[in-house]
Design a binder for this molecule. Structure first.
Ligand code: BDP
Length: 651
C-alpha cells in the first residue's frame, strides 16, 4: 500500500494550498527581530481569589477598574505558576471559581507614541477561562487552558501620555461537561452534612486541575503592517528538499514579500518572492529524529521580509521561522519519517512539578530533556493537553518526535459528546494546529485520550473531529488514544494509527503478572485483524512507590514495575516486527492528582519520581531504549558514539 500522506506533497504541494489549512489568523511565536521587540511580564503579580459565595464579587465591585490593592488585600503570585501549591492556605489549593491577577507594565516611549507600532499582549496559557482588561478596559476573553491568546492593545496604550499600563486578568478554573477537559460542579444541599452553598468540582481525568497563569505573559510589538502568519509544508523530491510556504500579511493591501532559506551556516540556499511559493533545496539536510541519523534535527531558517511602501518611505517587518525538512507517512503497518520506518520508543509526560504545579519553568524543562536523552527516548506524547511552545521548540532542535495531544481527556459523559462540546473541540483543534503546524517534531495529532468511544454518538463525533483536523492539516496523521474494546470502539475507524492504552496485571487481574503476555498479544492481534493499521502501545505501566521493595514482586514495589515492563516488552518485541510502531511508558514522572483512595499523593506510575530521580524501572527502560536506538539507527556510528556520552543533549 502507498504511504498515505506526505508523498502527495512532493508533487502537489503548492496546488493543495487553499483546500487544506482552513485557518484564519496567525499565532506566530513572538520573536525579536529588527522590526519586533518583546517585553516579558513574568515575575510577581498581585493576586486575589474571589471567595464570595457566588464567586462574582470581583465583577459586581469591578475590581478591574482600579488597582487591585484598592478593593481588598492581595497576595504576591508568581507568573508563570499554578496558584494552588505556592501558598499555605488549603482553601486556595482547592479553590474553584474566579481568581484575579494584576500587573503594572512600564512601556518604552516609542511604543506609546509611534502610531506605526503595534503593541500586542499575549497570554501563553490561562487555565481555564480568562477575561483581560488593560487600564480597566475589557480587551479579551479566552476559553481553554492550554493554548495562547493575544490582543492588539495599541489604541489603548497610544491614547494618551502613558508610561505604563495596568493589566488585569481574571481566570476561572471551573470545568463543565462542555469544556476540554470536562468536569462537573457537584452542589450539596444536605445542611446536616455540608455547610450552606457547599460544592466541589469533579473531573474525569487523572491529574490535578492546576490553575492560573501557567505560561509566560508578554507584550511585543510589530509594525502596523505586519507578517501575521506563515505556514510551511516540506516534502522531498529525490534529494531535493521542497519547502512550500505561504505568508499572510495584515495591515496593508500593498506590499512586497521576500523569503530566504538559510542553512545552519547562515548561507542562503534558496529564495523566493510573493505570498506563496516553493523553495527547492538540492542536497537538502533532512530533519531526522534523535538517534536515527548522524546529523539529527537539522534546522534551516526561513527569513521573511515584508516591505510596505508608505508616503514617507517604507516600513518593513522581519520574521524568522525555524524549518525542518522532513516527511511523515503511514502505511498499513509502518510509520515512516523521511521514508524510513520509525519506531516510537518514548514516554508520556505531564507538565507537572512540585510547588509550581503546571507553571512553565526552564530548569525543569532542561532537566526533563536531559533525562529523555539519558533514557534514549526518541519521542513523547503531550498527554493530555498541548504543552508550552518552548517545549516544542526544544523538540525541533533535539529531534524528539512528538504526538501532539489536545486537551480532549475525560470525554466520558453523554453531554460531552453534544454539539456544543464538538464545536468547542473543533475550535480547540484550530487553535492547536494554528500554533503548532510548523514544528517538524510534531508528527501526529491526537485529538483525545480515552474517550468513551463505545457510546453511540462517538462515531459521528470522531468522524467530524478527525476530518476537520485533516482539513486544517492534510500533512499529518491523526489519532485518538483508546482504551475501549476493539469490537465496541466507534471512533478508531477514522484514525491513521491506532493508539491503545492497557494496564494488564494492574487495573485488571491485579498482581497477576503471568497474564500479561497472553492478554497483550490478544490485544494487538484483535486490533490489527480488525483494522489493519499500525498500532502504538500508548500507555502501560504500574503504580510504584520509590523505595518500596519486595521479592518476589508485589504491587507498588519497584520490582513489580520492572516486571510489568519486562512482560510487556516480550510481546512488543514480537509485534514490532509486524505492525506495532511504538511504545510509550506511562509515565515519565510521578504527578499530582485529585485526592482519592486510589492515589498516594498523586499518581506514582512514573519511572522517575516527581523530583526527577530514577526508580529501578528507569534503568531497565534505559537499556532497552538504547538497544532499540541502535537497531533503528540509520547510521550505526551515531548511536555508538552518542552512547558514550549520553547524558546531555549537544547540538
Ligand atoms: C490512563 C489515563 C491516564 C492515567 C492512567 C493511570 O490515560 O491519564 O493517569 O490511566 O491510571 O487510563 O495511571
Amino acid at each position: 500500500m502507498l504511504p498515505a500522506l506526505a508523498a502527495t506533497w512532493a508533487t502537489l504541494g503548492p496546488l493543495l494550498w487553499g483546500c487544506g489549512l482552513a485557518l484564519q489568523g496567525g499565532m506566530l511565536y513572538p520573536r525579536e527581530s529588527p522590526s519586533r521587540e518583546r517585553k516579558e511580564l513574568d515575575g510577581l503579580w498581585s493576586f486575589r481569589a474571589d471567595f464570595s459565595e457566588n464567586r462574582r464579587q470581583g465583577f459586581e465591585q469591578q475590581w478591574y477598574r482600579a488597582p487591585l490593592r484598592e478593593s481588598g488585600p492581595t497576595l504576591d503570585m508568581p507568573v508563570p505558576s499554578s496558584f494552588n501549591d505556592v501558598g499555605q492556605d488549603a482553601r486556595l489549593r482547592g479553590f474553584v471559581g474566579w481568581v484575579w491577577y494584576e500587573r503594572q507594565a512600564a512601556l518604552p516611549q516609542r511604543w506609546t507614541q509611534d502610531p506605526g507600532t503595534r503593541v500586542v499582549l499575549r497570554v501563553g496559557s490561562a487555565h481555564y477561562h480568562a477575561l483581560v482588561w488593560v487600564n480597566g478596559v475589557h480587551v479579551a476573553e479566552h476559553e481553554g487552558g492550554h493554548l495562547p491568546f493575544e490582543v492588539d492593545i495599541s489604541k489603548l496604550v497610544q491614547s494618551g501620555p502613558l508610561s505604563s499600563c495596568r493589566i488585569t486578568i481574571a481566570v476561572n478554573n471551573t470545568l463543565t461537561p462542555n469544556t476540554l477537559p470536562p468536569g462537573i460542579i457537584l452542589h450539596q444541599s444536605d445542611t446536616s452534612k455540608y455547610p450552606k452553598g457547599y460544592f466541589v468540582q469533579n473531573t474525569y481525568f487523572d491529574f490535578f486541575n492546576y490553575a492560573g497563569l501557567h505560561r509566560p505573559v508578554l507584550l511585543y510589538t510589530t509594525p502596523s503592517a505586519y507578517i501575521d502568519d506563515i505556514t510551511v509544508i516540506t516534502a522531498l523530491d529525490q534529494d531535493i528538499g521542497l519547502v512550500n510556504y505561504q505568508v499572510f500579511v495584515q495591515g496593508s493591501e500593498h506590499f512586497e514579500l521576500e523569503v530566504f532559506l538559510l542553512d545552519e551556516d547562515s548561507k542562503v540556499v534558496a529564495k523566493g518572492t510573493g505570498g506563496r511559493g516553493q523553495l527547492r533545496v538540492p542536497g537538502a539536510h533532512l530533519w531526522w529524529p534523535y538517534l536515527m541519523h548522524e546529523r539529527p534535527a537539522y534546522l534551516y531558517s526561513l527569513e521573511v521580509k515584508l516591505t510596505v511602501p508608505m508616503a514617507a518611505g517604507s516600513i518593513s517587518d522581519f520574521y524568522t521561522l525555524p524549518v525542518g525538512i522532513r516527511t511523515v507517512a503511514v502505511t498499513e503497518s509502518q510509520f515512516l519519517i523521511n521514508g524510513k520506518p520509525f519506531y516510537f520508543h518514548g514516554v508520556n509526560k505531564h507538565e507537572d512539578a512540585d510547588i509550581r504545579g503546571k507553571g512553565f519553568d526552564w530548569p525543569l524543562l532542561v532537566k526533563d530533556f536531559n533525562l529523555l536523552r539519558w533514557l534514549g527516548a526518541n519521542s513523547f506524547r503531550t498527554s493530555h493537553y498541548p504543552y508550552a511552545e518552548e517545549v516544542l521548540q526544544l523538540c525541533d532542535r533535539y529531534g524528539i518526535v512528538v504526538i501532539n495531544e489536545s486537551p480532549g481527556v475525560g470525554i466520558v459523559l453523554p453531554q460531552s459528546f453534544s454539539n456544543v462540546s464538538l464545536q468547542h473541540h473543533l475550535q480547540v483543534m484550530e487553535e492547536m494546529v494554528r500554533r503548532d503546524k510548523n514544528h517538524p517534531a510534531v508528527v501526529m495529532w491526537s485529538v483525545a485520550n480515552e474517550p468513551m468511544s463505545s457510546l453511540q454518538p462517538a462515531g459521528y463525533y470522531f468522524k467530524t473531529l478527525i476530518a476537520h483536523t485533516k482539513d486544517l492539516d492534510p500533512t499529518r496523521p491523526v489519532t485518538f488514544v483508546t482504551n475501549s474494546n476493539y469490537e465496541a470502539d466507534l471512533g478508531v475507524l477514522y484514525v491513521d494509527v491506532i493508539c491503545v492504552n492497557s494496564y494488564y496485571s494492574w487495573y485488571h487481574d491485579s498482581g497477576h503478572l503471568e497474564v500479561i503476555q497472553l492478554q497483550l498479544a490478544s490485544q494487538f492481534e484483535n486490533w490489527y485483524r480488525t483494522y489493519q493499521k499500525p498500532i502504538i502501545q500508548s500507555e502501560y505501566g504500574a503504580e510504584t512507590i520509590a523505595g518500596f521493595h519486595h521479592d518476589p514482586p508485589l504491587m507498588f514495589t519497584e520490582e513489580y514495575q520492572k516486571d510489568v515492563l519486562e512482560q510487556y516488552h516480550l510481546i512488543l518485541d514480537q509485534k514490532r516486527k509486524e505492525y506495532v510502531v511504538g511504545e510509550l511508558i506511562w509515565n515519565f514522572a510521578d504527578f499530582m492528582t485529585d485526592q482519592t483512595i486510589y492515589r498516594v499523593l498523586g499518581n506514582k506510575k512514573g519511572i522517575f519520581t516527581r523530583q526527577r530521580q530514577p526508580k529501578s524501572a528507569a534503568f531497565l527502560l534505559r537499556d532497552r531504549y538504547w538497544k532499540l536506538a541502535n537497531e533503528s539507527a540509520y547510521h550505526q556510528s551515531v548511536v555508538k558514539s552518542q552512547c558514550l556520552e549520553n547524558s546531555l543533549f549537544t547540538l
